[in-house]
Design a protein. Structure first.
Length: 287
């Protein structure tokens, strides 16, 4: 069990969506929060909202950071450790996505996704571990996705980046046993975020209809998992069913994904040279 109050928490990708909701949820429980992202204005707005909603909570700090840049992450960890007097909880939440036919996705786009979703989290982990080893305590929370549990249609690059993060986290957890440092992997499903407006769409598929989970619900579930010391958190009933079916009936899981691909198949497809088309669909991406 972990007491949130008074803990020093660093959250990446905190300017919107799940990251912003987590900053609010941690602040509501009396944590000392440092928020990191690339959008200064949105970070300031979230900090101001925390001040307004929780005037008795320790004032949050906001730091600009590009998680794909190791030097930027090193500066972030050092500054956050100074502001917080040590980092008790690191939440690797920053992420980007591409939606559409996997074979239409440019290799450069796949590399960009990996640089943020996977290597961005790795940068944070590698920089924070010396601090946590020194204190012989700490928690690393990695936000993966239900899409990393089984390859989902039109989410090949995104799901692969999150699957890599999940497997890395599981190995790291085993190696850190007995050190006082723990790892929580979170697998959200479709979530109502504004991140979809920046997601690249390469054609071939359309988003499923909602309803999607509000970020606040995801954040509250993550907080409860932290307080209870859980190693993994699979959100949504469909995510838990997929995990179960994949283990017991992998053939059925594959058929279900093929059926999903058929239902979501778009009318128009784009070539690899047209991958700069932006998705303005009203449907958000899964986290």
């Amino acid at each position: 069990m972990m007491e949130i109050r008074g803990k020093g928490v660093l959250i990446t990708g905190a300017s919107s969506g799940i990251g912003r909701a987590l900053a609010l949820a941690f602040a509501a429980r009396g944590a000392r929060v440092v928020m990191a992202a690339r959008r200064a204005r949105r970070l300031r707005e979230t900090a101001a909202e925390i001040h307004r909603l929780f005037p008795q909570a320790p004032g949050p700090s906001a730091i600009l950071c590009d998680v794909s840049d190791r030097k930027s992450v090193r500066r972030l960890i050092e500054e956050a450790a100074r502001l917080l007097g040590g980092i008790d909880i690191l939440v690797n939440n920053a992420g980007i996505g591409v939606y559409g036919n996997t074979w239409n996705t440019a290799v450069s786009d796949i590399q960009s996704i990996l640089s943020v979703n996977f290597y961005g989290a790795i940068n944070g982990i590698m920089e924070v571990l010396p601090h946590m080893h020194k204190e012989r305590s700490g928690l690393i929370v990695n936000i993966a996705s239900v899409a990393s549990k089984h390859g989902m249609p039109y989410l090949g690059a995104y799901g692969a980046s999150k699957a890599a993060l999940a497997v890395f986290s599981q190995s790291l957890r085993a190696e850190l046993a007995g050190t006082g440092i723990s790892v929580l992997v979170v697998y959200p499903g479709y979530t109502e975020t504004e991140f979809f407006s920046k997601e690249k769409h390469v054609g071939g598929g359309r988003r499923p209809q909602g309803p999607y989970a509000p970020p606040s619900r995801v954040a509250d579930a993550v907080i409860r998992a932290i307080e209870r010391g859980k190693p993994e958190l699979v959100l949504t009933l469909s995510g838990r069913l997929l995990t179960l079916i994949q283990g017991l009936l992998p053939g059925l899981a594959a058929k279900a994904m093929a059926m999903m691909a058929g239902r979501l198949k778009g009318r128009k497809e784009y070539s690899n040279e047209q991958t700069k088309i932006t998705d303005h669909s009203p449907f958000p991406k899964p986290r």
